[in-house]
Design a protein around this ligand. Sequence first.
Ligand SMILES: [Zn+2]
Length: 234
Amino acid sequence: MVDRVICGRWDWSRNLVGPVLLEEFREMLTMCQQVLLEPGKDKIFWSGDPSGEFAVSNLKIILVEKELVKHVSVFEWNNWNPKKVGFVAWRAVLNRLLTFEALARRSIPVSSTKCPVCGMEEESADHILFLCEVAQAVWCLISQWFKVPPIYAFRVQDLVELHRNMSAPKDKAKAFHAVCLVTMWWIWKKRNDLVHNGASVHFQSLFEVIKSLSYLWIKIRSKKRGLINLGGLV
Ligand SMILES: [Zn+2]
C-alpha cells in the first residue's frame, strides 16, 4: 500500500483474452484506483444508503431510477427457441451488445466504429439488427414470409414487441415472436463471422437459414402441428 492506495503485481493463471474480459478488467482497475484505505477496523458498508445498511426498498428505488426494473420486466423470452437465441435480443434491449460503437463507448480500442456489413453508419445494436440495409432486406423477407405488413422499428425494443400488435391467435403471435428472436440472433452471429473470419453476409442466405431454423425449432418445441410451415404461418 502506497499513500493509502493499493499497489500490487498481477500474476495471471491465464491471459486476458477477448473484449469482455478486458473490459471487466479495466472496470475493476478503475474501481480499485478509487479505493483509499483508512486506518481502523474494516466494516461492510452498502453505498446505496447513507446509513450503510442494506435495504431491499432502497435497492428497488435505485433500480427504478436507473430504469433497470422496467427493462428486465419488459423482455419476453420464448421457449420455442433454444435459450442462446434470446440472449442476443436480451443484451441488445439492455444496450449491452458489444457492437463497435458500444466498445468505443467503453474506451476499448477499435479500428473503426462503422458497421462492418455496410460500412456506412455507426454500428449500434439498432443499426446492425434493423437499420442496416442488409438487416432491412431480411426483415422485409420475414414480413413477406409471414404475410404481414412491412416491419418498421426504430429500436430493438420495437422488434421484440412486434408480436404484441399482431391480430393473430396467441400461438401464432408466439411463433412470430420466436422468428423475430431467431432473426436478431442469426444476423448478429453472421456479423461476428464477418468480423472474425471475413465471412460474407448476404440477406437472402441469412433469410433462408432463419426460415429453416425457425421452422425446425418451432415444430419440435411447440409440439403443435401446422402452426408454422416454410410458407409462413398457416
Ligand atoms: Zn450497416
